[in-house]
Design a binder for this molecule. Sequence first.
Ligand code: ATP
Ligand code: MG
Length: 607
Amino acid sequence: MGSIIRFFRSIQAKIIIIYVTLILIAMQLIGVYFNNTLENYFKSELIDTNKKQAILLGQFVERTMVSDPQDPKKLYSDLSEVVSSLFVLSNTEIEIIDERGVVISATATSEQSPLNRKNTTPEVTRTLQGIKVSERIFIDENGKRKMIITQPIGTGIRPIGVVYIVASMQEMYSTMNTINRILLTGTALALGLTALLGIILSSTITKPIKEITKGATAIAEGDFTEPVKVYGQDEISQLGHTFNFMMNSLKDALAMNEEEREKLSSVLTNMNDGVIAADEQGRVIVMNRRAQQILGIAEETNSVMHIAATLGITSEDIKKHAVGKNQVMMIEIDNEEEERITVRVTFTPILRRGDETGMIAVLQDVTVQEKLEQGRKDFVANVSHELRTPLTTIKSYLEALTDGAMEDPALAQRFLGVTRNETERMIRLVTDLLHLSRLDSKQAVIVKEHVEVSEMLDELVDRFSFQLRQRHIRITSKVDPKLGAVEIDRDKIDQVLDNLVSNSIKYTGDEGIITASAYIIDEHWMGISITDTGMGIPKKDLSRIFERFYRVDKARSRNMGGTGLGLSIAREIVRAHGGAISLESELNQGTKVTFTLPLESKAGEVN
Ligand code: ATP
Ligand code: MG
């Protein structure tokens, strides 16, 4: 049903219907005109023939009547003969009527012969009166069409009789019917042919249109492979050509677009900064891999997210920062490794003809920079603080001296001793800082020499023997016998060892035990560790122990003359040798500091 309706809506059907209707109307008009003309022609022909017969008959009757009026019997029989033969010839009923209106001769058609009866037909009456009468068509009792033709006999004003003819029109109509049937058949044939021609003709129009429609559908579905087939040179084929041209342009444009997108996406993927693009409502539409990494978002997230929620800030924050150009905001994020990272977010609105249609947020992980910045600030604060303490002490002692303590030589001696101590402390601090800064800026040159490890540790023990004896601390050194000489900067490594041992002494109670051991880790590395049985370091401080100025207990360390730089200097020196330093400690159990050194110095590792 649907396909039939679709067919009637098609151009093809419309063309066929138009053609057929045109032909039908034309045939109808021709038919009507033709029919009329034919009928008139046949009628006049019929009248003409019968009129001629009637005239001939009239002349004949007149002649016989005039020549032999005395013998009506003979006259009538003669007339009947002529009339009958005429009837046989032309299939008409003929009556000869005298001046009184009585039939004197007739073709015997019906059972009741009209002979000797009065013919009262108006035509006859009027003809007898000398009035000119035209022919009349009537339908007889059998439903057949007939024509009455009357012809006056005689030349006078009043006719002497009338020839009355009733001609059957049956033949004429049947002829006309035959002709009409031929016409109808012709019409039907013409219609059929037209329909067929219409189908063929319209298909030459609709086929290319269908092709183009197919092509357009394919393009809409993104298929650019098949160009539209073009037939001939007419307007539709021009359309086809134009369509193919359009398709190619579109293909090129799309390819270019695709290429641009590819470029953009590869730029986005390989960017070092995170990028998030959001639409007008703040829904995230693009997020590159780096942004996902920074924000700790799973790669395959399909759910629509709001940019504010993604960044962990409020929409108000965004509104505040997204107005104007390049608004920067710092946010803190806890990433997957539970580290707090600092991210600098730069918001840029996307404008289309002045209207904001979205925004782009560029994310930069500035944790390291921030840490460095913070470290620098802390360092300056620490240095100032560390210098201020001895300076205040010195100042107050000097004041005391000027205020009269000078008078008491013993007191003056003690006070001057304190100021000297503080000054030495300051010198130590400044020297340490200088060391560090040289190591930092790689100015400190590592001068490597042949060093026997066992000898080095023995000398270390010797250096501290007096101090250790005082504190009743025992020290032992264990050196792997296979460990011979190594290439190291003896002075600097001594500095490391001194620091570690002095730490152990400082933070180990009397009667503790310190062990210095050197061993081979593998063919490339050796290790040295200093172990003590001292107070240890709380877990929470372990991670920061190598930081500059970091001390577990600031007050006590300072009392012991510590600056908090020892371990950081040690780390820098070990690193300069290519090794690593680590510290394990258990509170109130003891501490073990280990550092590694390469067994053979690699090329290019001079400092
Ligand atoms: P400096 O070494 O400059 O004189 P310092 O000894 O205080 O000063 P570091 O050597 O860097 O500084 O040590 C940092 C901190 O680590 C110390 O203040 C101390 O609290 C802790 N520490 C270091 N070694 C030990 C140890 N063996 N036992 C217990 N705590 C220690
Ligand atoms: Mg120290």
